[in-house]
Design a protein around this ligand. Structure first.
Ligand code: F6P
Length: 322
C-alpha cells in the first residue's frame, strides 16, 4: 500500500527534451497508486509563489513527444537563500506534499538537497542535455540534443565540402565536453576541442594544412561551449592557413525538439522508478542510470560524485579523423 498520498513535481534549470515524458510517467504511475499529484509551475519559484495545480492523467496526454516542459522552468534567486528554502518547505507542507519530485540538473538537485534538509523528502530525476551529472551515466535530453547537433553538422559539412572550407561548430555542454565528443565521432569531424583536454592552436593549424595537402576537402572542427571563442578562433585559422573558415554556434536549437526514442523511454523508466521509491516510502534519492540499469543513489552522495571523459573514445575520434 502507498505510504505517500501527495507528491509535488517540478522541472528546474535548463529544459531538456524528455522532461515532458518524465512528467507524464511520474504523474501516471503515481495516479496508478492512488496518489495525488500536484504540478508546480516554473520550478522552485512556482513552489514559493503557490503556482500549484492538481494533475490528472489527461493533463499529461499528448506530451510524450513534445520538447520543453509543460510545467515551465525558471531559475529562482530567493530559493538559493536559507530563508527561501525554509519558505519553500513551508509551502510544500501547506500543500500537504509528502515527497517532491525534482526533474533537472545538478543545480536543481542542490536545491532539492537543501529542501530535504528542511524536512521535505525529495526524489531527483536527472535531466540536462549536457550529461554532466556525475552519478548517472545518462541524463534526459542528451540523446536528442546530440542528434539535433549531428543533423546540423551534417548540413554544414555539405557546404564545407562544396566550398573546401574549414568550419568550426560550437556545441553546448556548459563546462563539459560530452556532447562535443560524441557529435565529433558521429559526424566524422577532423578535430575536437573540449575543456577536459589542453590544446595548441598551432597544432590545429598545422593539422589543417597537412589535411589539405593530403587531399581533404574540408576541415570540421567541433568546439565545446566550455572552450568557446569560435568566431575569433575562425579568424586566426583563416589568417594562418589561408583556408576560408566559418564559425557556427548551434546554441539553443540543441535544447529543443521532439525527444528521441531513447529520451522518451529513459524518461518513462526514470519516472516509473521515482514513483516506485515513493510508494515504498523511500525519499532523498536521485534516480540514476548506471551500467545499463535504472537504479537510485542517496542525494548527498549523488552531489559528491564526479564523472570523467572517456579517454578511449577521445583516442578513437583522433585515429578515425586522419
Ligand atoms: O545546461 C544546459 C545548457 O543548455 C548548457 O549547455 C548551457 O551552457 C546553458 O544551459 C545555457 O543556459 P541558458 O539557457 O540559461 O542560456
Amino acid at each position: 500500500m502507498s505510504k505517500t498520498k501527495t507528491i509535488g513535481i517540478l522541472t528546474s534549470g535548463g529544459d531538456a527534451p524528455g522532461m515532458n515524458a518524465a512528467i507524464r510517467a511520474v504523474t501516471r504511475c503515481a495516479l496508478s497508486y492512488d496518489m495525488k499529484v500536484l504540478g508546480i509551475q516554473r520550478g522552485y519559484r512556482g513552489l514559493l509563489n503557490g503556482e500549484i495545480n492538481k494533475m490528472s492523467a489527461r493533463d499529461v496526454s499528448d506530451i510524450i513527444q513534445r520538447g520543453g516542459t509543460v510545467l515551465q522552468t525558471a531559475r529562482c534567486k530567493e530559493f538559493t537563500t536559507p530563508e527561501g528554502v525554509k519558505r519553500a518547505a513551508d509551502m510544500a507542507s501547506l500543500y500537504g506534499m509528502d515527497t517532491l519530485v525534482v526533474i533537472g540538473g545538478d543545480g536543481s538537485f542542490r536545491g532539492a538537497r537543501d529542501l530535504s534538509n528542511s524536512g521535505v523528502p525529495v526524489i531527483g530525476i536527472p535531466a540536462t542535455i549536457d550529461n554532466d551529472i556525475g552519478c548517472s551515466d545518462y541524463t534526459l535530453g542528451y540523446d536528442t540534443a546530440m542528434n539535433t547537433a549531428m543533423d546540423a553538422i551534417d548540413k554544414i559539412r555539405d557546404t564545407a565540402t562544396s566550398h573546401e572550407r574549414c568550419n568550426l561548430i560550437e556545441v553546448m555542454g556548459r563546462s563539459a565536453g560530452y556532447i562535443a565528443l560524441n557529435v565529433a565521432i558521429a559526424s566524422g569531424a577532423e578535430k575536437l576541442l573540449i575543456p577536459e583536454k589542453d590544446f595548441e592552436l598551432d597544432d590545429i593549424i598545422r593539422n589543417i594544412i597537412d589535411g589539405r595537402n593530403r587531399g581533404k576537402k574540408h576541415y570540421i572542427l567541433i568546439v565545446a561551449e566550455g572552450i568557446g571563442g569560435s568566431t575569433e578562433m575562425a579568424k586566426v585559422i583563416e589568417e594562418k592557413t589561408g583556408m576560408e573558415t566559418r564559425a557556427t554556434i548551434l546554441g539553443h536549437m540543441q535544447r529543443g525538439g521532439s525527444p528521441s526514442l531513447r529520451d522518451r523511454v529513459m524518461a518513462s523508466r526514470m519516472g516509473y522508478h521515482a514513483v516506485e521509491l515513493i510508494n515504498e516510502g523511500i525519499g532523498n534519492r536521485v534516480v540514476v542510470f548506471k551500467n545499463g540499469v535504472t537504479t537510485d543513489i542517496d542525494i548527498n552522495e549523488a552531489l559528491n560524485t564526479t564523472k570523467t571523459i572517456d579517454e578511449k573514445a577521445l583516442d578513437m575520434a583522433a585515429r578515425l579523423s586522419i
